[in-house]
Design a protein around this ligand. Structure first.
Ligand SMILES: NC(=O)c1ccc[n+]([C@@H]2O[C@H](COP(=O)([O-])OP(=O)(O)OC[C@H]3O[C@@H](n4cnc5c(N)ncnc54)[C@H](OP(=O)(O)O)[C@@H]3O)[C@@H](O)[C@H]2O)c1
Length: 320
């Protein structure tokens, strides 16, 4: 059976996103895992580290040459920012340059030659594509929250974001240090965050982004302030979100009740709700929640693989 499936290699599989990708690829009806790479877990059984991984699968330590020489028809790069480019260069110089590459880092989110993989906004560009830059987690939630209001913005939206500490990856830092985070909320990169530039670029409007890390493990909540150029009622906001996303299986609308971050952990969709417009018509607000490791990374990467390979977009994503 495996021969009929598309083979996939996951680079950076020891990471939080990599682990989710292994789980999703293992249960995907159209994919077969060709390799999962980690330098530090080379040779170890993947199931010992990733619940849900197929038994018998082992990590291999592949450098860029090893990845380029692999048979995998699809490669997902789940490496820290700045590390993806040398793998892409090696694949493009190798014998199978035309295979599908989905990069979950930020390395190609600003590259004109790559397609930005936010299916709910750019689905038609992604079908059959071979180079896909997966969006950032905050950037996914923020763009989906702002997009239906773009034509009535009177200034730059402000995004107040709070992430669980898995957003900082496995490498120890203040942003995933339990001692620093206990009973705490850690502001960081309050101007010029990468996702501020990413959202501004892909919305075509400047935004202001104020990120924080909280002591919970997974999940993001963004509360967005929307300055308005013309008054919009809360009811009209509801109609806008319904028109934009009513048929989207991975976006759930919670109406004027704001979604809660604890409800999104382990789920494949984004929640948007809590929309409210100020009585004087000067501004509105909306809340979005997302699991940073799933729709913020791995689930979205699988959507993109599915679109690139011509599979059903939700193949392998158990989203009920
Ligand atoms: N965490 C999130 O919520 C999230 C959401 C959206 C996007 N992303 C993006 O997804 C990517 C992965 O994130 P993550 O949180 O899963 O990261 P992570 O937990 O820090 O994992 C990084 C992985 O890359 C490998 N690695 C580290 N340095 C490497 C190097 N120099 N060369 C080759 N491999 C290296 C590590 O394994 P070995 O050291 O064993 O090789 C590990 O498997 C990042 O670019 C991140 O920005 C993360």
């Amino acid at each position: 059976m495996a021969g009929a499936r598309t083979s996939i290699g996951i680079v950076g599989a020891r990471g939080y996103v990599g682990g989710e990708l292994v789980r999703l690829a293992a249960q995907h009806p159209r994919l077969h895992i060709d390799f999962v790479s980690s330098r530090s877990l080379d040779g170890q059984e993947v199931a010992a580290h990733v619940a849900g991984a197929p038994s018998g699968l082992r990590f291999s330590s592949l450098d860029e040459r090893g990845v380029a020489d692999s048979e995998a028809q699809v490669i997902i790069l789940a490496l820290p920012n700045g590390e993806a480019r040398r793998y892409v260069t090696a694949i493009e110089a190798g014998t199978r340059p035309q295979r599908v590459i989905v990069d979950v880092s930020a390395d190609y989110r600003f590259a004109d030659s790559w397609v930005y993989g936010l299916p709910e906004r750019f689905r038609d560009r992604l079908r059959g594509e071979r180079r896909i830059a997966n969006p950032g987690c905050y950037a996914t939630a923020a763009q989906l929250a702002i997009a239906p209001m773009l034509d009535v913005l009177g200034g730059a939206p402000t995004i107040f974001g709070v992430s669980g500490y898995s957003g900082a990856g496995v490498t120890p830092s203040d942003k995933n240090n339990p001692e620093i985070l206990r009973d705490n909320l850690l502001p960081y990169s309050l101007t010029g965050h990468l996702h501020e530039r990413e959202v501004s670029r892909h919305l075509g409007r400047s935004v202001h982004f104020l990120p924080h890390v909280a002591p919970f493990f997974r999940g993001i909540t963004v509360t967005v302030n929307l300055p308005l150029s013309a008054p919009v009622t809360s009811e009209e906001m509801g109609r806008r979100y319904e028109r934009a996303y009513g048929l989207e299986p991975l976006i759930r609308l919670t109406g004027e009740k704001a979604p809660l971050v604890r409800d999104i952990a382990g789920r494949h969709h984004v929640c948007i709700g809590g929309w409210t417009a100020a009585e004087d018509g000067s501004r509105a607000a909306v809340v979005a929640t997302i699991d940073n490791l799933l729709k913020g990374a791995a689930t979205q990467a699988v959507q993109n693989v599915n679109l690139a390979c011509g599979f059903d977009e939700l193949s392998g994503i158990d989203h009920e």
